[in-house]
Design a protein around this ligand. Sequence first.
Ligand SMILES: Cc1cc2nc3c(=O)[nH]c(=O)nc-3n(C[C@H](O)[C@H](O)[C@H](O)COP(=O)(O)O)c2cc1C
Length: 209
Amino acid sequence: MPKHNAKISTLKLNNLNLIMTKILAFSGSARTDSYNQKLVKIAALGAEQAGAQVTIISLADFPMPIFNQDSEAAEGIPDAAQRFKQLLIEHDGFLIASPEYNSAFSPLLKNAIDWASRRTGDEPPLLAYRGKIAGIMAASPGALGGLRGLVFLRLLLSNIGVTVLPEQHALSQAGQAFDADDGLLDESVRSTVMNLGSVLAKTIIKLKQ
Ligand SMILES: Cc1cc2nc3c(=O)[nH]c(=O)nc-3n(C[C@H](O)[C@H](O)[C@H](O)COP(=O)(O)O)c2cc1C
């Protein structure tokens, strides 16, 4: 590469790195030792390496009742749902891994998304979601890796204003996929999952320029 081209690339890279990108990473499982929580953490590492500031949470720390419009009207949005919604609002994009339950994504995830979709005061509709970008993935002990649930998750997120990256990953045979330190044993799978996080970070950085 000629010298002047190399200089332009470096400057451009520096500019990209100056843009602050915040990504919220979570899974649709509150299970201790959840494969999906492990998976999303690996994607989060890829996003961090690409320059994003990543917040990893577990929905286990945000216990919410099943959404009921009567209790919402009587008591408002529960504290845990409000905290989760506020985190969504404060981040530019999301990394989400969901278990597949009977071919759909988990009810825990749907419930949390539903609570955070509720409008309070004079805020714009779907404030937590519109204009955000997401990378989605799944892990399952089965052969399809939760792939069927991702079809519904993609559709749902798109319908509430989230742009979902075309890249996604469904990790099959998840029971044998991780080592004792929760790393992925297969190097090519690890690289694919980290790349999902990296693509998300880079896409948000480009969009913010
Ligand atoms: C109610 C229920 C339904 C399930 N349905 C599916 C399914 O349709 N496809 C699949 O691959 N695994 C299914 N599983 C197995 C989950 O993939 C498995 O429990 C997985 O470990 C959940 O993800 P986690 O480890 O992140 O909690 C189901 C599990 C439960 C409890």
